[in-house]
Design a protein around this ligand. Structure first.
Ligand code: NAP
Length: 482
C-alpha cells in the first residue's frame, strides 16, 4: 500500500508519525512549503501566538515540558513541530517545495494519480491534510491592484518591510488582526484598523512558566499529563454553552463588555468596538493588549466600509480618503472554498469543488466523502472547534485513518468508499445538532457558515464525542471491493 499525504502541517505530521509507529514506511508527505509546519510555518506576522494553551495544543505522543508560557508564540510552536518531525522520523517522508496540482482517482487501476510541481506520484490511499487555514483570502476591493505601497496578508508576512514611520491600514479584526495591531502599533506613525464586524474579546490568561514548573513537567510523574487533562476538561466544558445552550454565554458577555469599558477610554471608540451579535457566534478572541492599543492617539478605528483602494490611499463609504503607505490584510482564509477542492477529482470525474457546489460540504466524520474512494481528509468539514485543541481532533482522525488502513490490509481491500446513505445520515445529524449552536443562532456572518447558510465547519459539541465515533473504522458504512 502506497500512501500520499497532502500537507505537512500539524495534521500531516501526526499522520506521518502514527504511520511510522504502525510500521508503515511506504508513504510520502507532500508540501508546497520549504519545511513542515503548515499554517504555523506560514503565519509569522508580528505578535503571532496560539490562543489555545500550549500544554493542550501539543501532540499526546510528544508532550513538551519546555513550553515557555501558557500561550506560546509562533516561533516556539514552529520549533516544536520541526523537532517532532525530526525526532519521530517523519522528516524522512517529507517532500518539500512540492505543490500538488491535481489528484485524480483512476478507477481501472484502483489508485490515485497525484500530479505535482515535482512530478507525478501514484498512491493507493490519498490523505488530504491540507487544512482549513492555509489559503489566504484577500477581499475583492476595487482598485486594490493599483495600490503602490506594500501589501501584506497576515499569513504571508514580508519581514523585509520597514513599518517604522509608515501609515498602516489593518483590514480585519479577527484572531490574526488582534495580535498584529498591538504588536505593530508602537512602531508605526499611524495605524488604522478597518473593522467590518466588532469581535468579542476576552482576557488572555497568559503567563511565563517558572523553572520549577518546567522541571515538574519534565520530571514529576504524571504532573504534565494531569495538568493537560485539567486544561482539556476545562475547555471541553465550554462546548455546552457554545453548541448546546448558548444562553449560558450571556453572563460572559457582561464580563466582555466590562473589559471593553475598562480598557478603552474614548466612549465613541468603545461604541465602535461593541459587538452586536451573541458572544461565541464568531471565534471568541483573547487579548489584553488589543483594546488598549486604541488609547494611543495614532491608532484609529474605522468602521465605515472600504469602498475603494487608490494608489496611495484607502477610501471609505463616508467618502473619506485615508492616505496609506502599507496595507495589512488580516482577512482570513479560503476555508469552505479551498482551492484544493478544484484539484481533487473523484470516481465520476467531478472535482470536490463540483461535488460540494451541488450537495454542500457533505462529509462522513470529517474524513470520508462519497465518490472519492480511498481518500481520507484530516481537518475536513465539520471538525472545527471553538473551544478546544484541534490537535485532539486531528489525532482522532488519524486513529480512524489507521483503522481504515488496517481493515484494507487485513481484508485485502483494494477500494473503500463511504456509502452515500451513511454520509447523508451523518450530515443530517450534524446539521440538526448545530441548529441550536451559537454559531448558527448568534446573529453573525462568519466563515463557519457556507454560502448556503449551512454550518459545514464546526463540530457540534464535545471533542470526546468525536473521538468516540472515530475510535474504530466502521467498515459497514463503506462500499468495499477486493
Ligand atoms: P478571520 O477570523 O476570518 O477574520 C477575518 C477578518 O477580516 C474579519 O474580521 C472579517 O470581518 C475581516 N474582513 C474580511 N473581509 C473584509 C473586508 N472586505 N473589509 C473589512 N474587513 C474584512 O481570519 P483570521 O483572523 O486570520 O483568523 C482565522 C482563524 O485562524 C481563526 O478563527 C483561528 O481559528 C485561527 N487563528 C488562530 C490564532 C491562534 O491564536 N491560535 C491566531 C490567528 C488565527 P467580518 O468579521 O465582518 O467577516
Amino acid at each position: 500500500m502506497h500512501i500520499i499525504v497532502i500537507g505537512g502541517g500539524l495534521a500531516g505530521l501526526a499522520a506521518a508519525v502514527r504511520l511510522r509507529r504502525r510500521g508503515i514506511r511506504d508513504f510520502l508527505v507532500l508540501d508546497r512549503g520549504d519545511r513542515v509546519g503548515g499554517t504555523w510555518r506560514d503565519n509569522t506576522y508580528p505578535g503571532a501566538a496560539c490562543d489555545v494553551p500550549s500544554h493542550l495544543y501539543s501532540y499526546s505522543f510528544a508532550l513538551n515540558p519546555g513550553w515557555s508560557r501558557s500561550f506560546s508564540p509562533q516561533p516556539e510552536i514552529q520549533a516544536y513541530i520541526e523537532k517532532v518531525a525530526r525526532r519521530y522520523g517523519a522528516a524522512e517522508h517529507q517532500v518539500t517545495e512540492c505543490e500538488v496540482l491535481g489528484a485524480r482517482w483512476r478507477e481501472e487501476a484502483g489508485l490515485w494519480e497525484v500530479e505535482t510541481s515535482r512530478g507525478t506520484y501514484e498512491a493507493t490511499v490519498l490523505v488530504g491534510a491540507f487544512g482549513a487555514l492555509c489559503e489566504p483570502a484577500l477581499p475583492d476591493i476595487p482598485g486594490l491592484a493599483s495600490f503602490a505601497g506594500e501589501v501584506h496578508h497576515s499569513a504571508r508576512w514580508d519581514h523585509g518591510t520597514e513599518l517604522a514611520g509608515k501609515r498602516v491600514a489593518v483590514v480585519g479584526t479577527g484572531a490574526s488582526a488582534i495580535q498584529i495591531v498591538p504588536a505593530i502599533a508602537p512602531h508605526v506613525a499611524e495605524l488604522r484598523v478597518h473593522q467590518r464586524t466588532a469581535p468579542w474579546v476576552m482576557p488572555r490568561l497568559d503567563r511565563g512558566y517558572s523553572r520549577a514548573e518546567r522541571f515538574a513537567c519534565r520530571w514529576v510523574p504524571f504532573y504534565q499529563r494531569t495538568w493537560r487533562a485539567g486544561l482539556y476538561w476545562a475547555h471541553e466544558a465550554q462546548a455546552i454553552a457554545l453548541a448546546k445552550v448558548p444562553a449560558l454565554l450571556k453572563p460572559v458577555e457582561l464580563l466582555a463588555r466590562a473589559k471593553l469599558r475598562r480598557e478603552v477610554r474614548d466612549p465613541a471608540v468603545r461604541r465602535g468596538l461593541r459587538p452586536d451579535y451573541a458572544l461565541g457566534c464568531k471565534r471568541i478572541l483573547l487579548s489584553n493588549t488589543y483594546y488598549p492599543a486604541f488609547n494611543h492617539d495614532h491608532v484609529r478605528l474605522v468602521t465605515d466600509a472600504i469602498t475603494e483602494i487608490r494608489e496611495k490611499s484607502v477610501v471609505t463609504a463616508d467618502g473619506t480618503e485615508h492616505p496609506t503607505d502599507v496595507l495589512v490584510f488580516a482577512t482570513g482564509f479560503h476555508v469552505t472554498d479551498s482551492p484544493m477542492y478544484e484539484r481533487i477529482t473523484g470516481a465520476d470525474g467531478r472535482s470536490l469543488a463540483e461535488v460540494f457546489a451541488t450537495v454542500g460540504r457533505r462529509c462522513y466524520k470529517g474524513t470520508a466523502i462519497a465518490g472519492f474512494p480511498n481518500m481520507f481528509l484530516l481537518v475536513g468539514p465539520n471538525t472545527g472547534l471553538g473551544h478546544n485543541s484541534m490537535i485532539f481532533m486531528i489525532e482522532s482522525q488519524v486513529r480512524y485513518l489507521l483503522g481504515a488502513l488496517d481493515a484494507m490490509r487485513e481484508r485485502g481491500l483494494r477500494r473503500v468508499e463511504v456509502r452515500e446513505d451513511a454520509q447523508e445520515r451523518f450530515y443530517q445529524g450534524l446539521q440538526s445538532a448545530l441548529a441550536r449552536s451559537v454559531w448558527n443562532t448568534g446573529g453573525c456572518a462568519s466563515w463557519y457558515l457556507d454560502r448556503h447558510g449551512a454550518n459545514t465547519t464546526m463540530w457540534p459539541g464535545f471533542s470526546y464525542a468525536f473521538r468516540r465515533i472515530t475510535r474504530t473504522f466502521d467498515i459497514d458504512a463503506y462500499h468495499i471491493a477486493r
